[in-house]
Write a protein of this length. Structure first.
Length: 180
C-alpha cells in the first residue's frame, strides 16, 4: 500500500481580529540589551577620547614640557626615581591660555625603576612669556619636597625666566626686523 502524499498548502489566513506581531514585539528581548550595551560602549569611548584629548593638550604645553625636562635633568629626582623617568598617563590640574596670557597649575606623576612621585608646577604667562612660580617634586611615601630650579637661564636669581617674545630684541626694542 502506498502512503498518501502530502500536498503543501498555504498558511491559513489570520484569525479575524488578530493583528500580526510587530517587529518590536518579536525582537525587544534581544534588542534592548544590545542597545544598552552599545550606548554604554559609545559613552565610554567618548569619555576616553575626551580624556586623551585633554591629556595630550596638557602634555604638549610649554610649561608641562619644561617641568618634566627640569625634573629629568635634576640629580636629586633621578636619585629618588632612577633612570629612565617616565611620565604618568594623565596630569591633574588646570591650564588656561588666551591672548598671550595664561596660568597653569599641574600635578604630574613621574615613575622610575626605583619609585614614583609627583611633580608640582605653578606658572603664569604674560605677554607670551611663562614665569615659573613653583616647581617641586615629592616622592611617593615621603613628605620631603625637592624644590627644583625653575630654569637654567634664570640669571638674576628671582626664580623667573626672562625670554624674548618673537620679533623683539633682548633689550625690548622691536628692531629685529631691520627697521630700527
Amino acid at each position: 500500500m502506498t502512503e498518501p502524499q502530502i500536498v503543501p498548502t498555504r498558511m491559513p489566513p489570520p484569525l479575524p481580529g488578530a493583528t500580526p506581531a510587530l517587529w518590536w514585539e518579536r525582537n525587544w528581548k534581544w534588542f534592548v540589551p544590545v542597545l544598552a550595551t552599545s550606548m554604554t560602549a559609545l559613552l565610554a569611548a567618548f569619555v576616553l577620547a575626551l580624556l586623551w584629548f585633554v591629556a595630550t593638550m596638557l602634555k604638549n604645553s610649554e610649561p608641562y614640557r619644561h617641568a618634566v625636562s627640569v625634573a629629568r635633568e635634576d640629580a636629586r629626582v633621578t636619585a629618588v626615581l632612577g633612570s629612565p623617568i617616565e611620565e604618568g598617563l594623565l596630569p591633574i590640574g588646570q591650564l588656561s591660555t588666551g591672548g598671550g596670557s595664561g596660568a597653569v597649575n599641574l600635578s604630574i606623576r613621574l615613575n622610575g625603576p626605583r619609585g614614583s612621585g609627583r611633580l608640582y608646577l605653578r606658572a603664569t604667562q604674560r605677554a607670551g612669556v611663562w614665569r615659573y612660580e613653583a616647581l617641586s617634586f615629592v616622592a611617593e611615601g615621603s613628605h620631603a619636597r625637592i624644590e627644583l630650579p625653575h630654569d637654567a637661564a634664570d640669571e638674576d636669581g628671582d626664580g623667573q625666566v626672562e625670554r624674548c617674545s618673537p620679533g623683539l630684541l633682548a633689550d625690548g626694542s622691536g628692531a629685529s626686523d631691520g627697521r630700527g
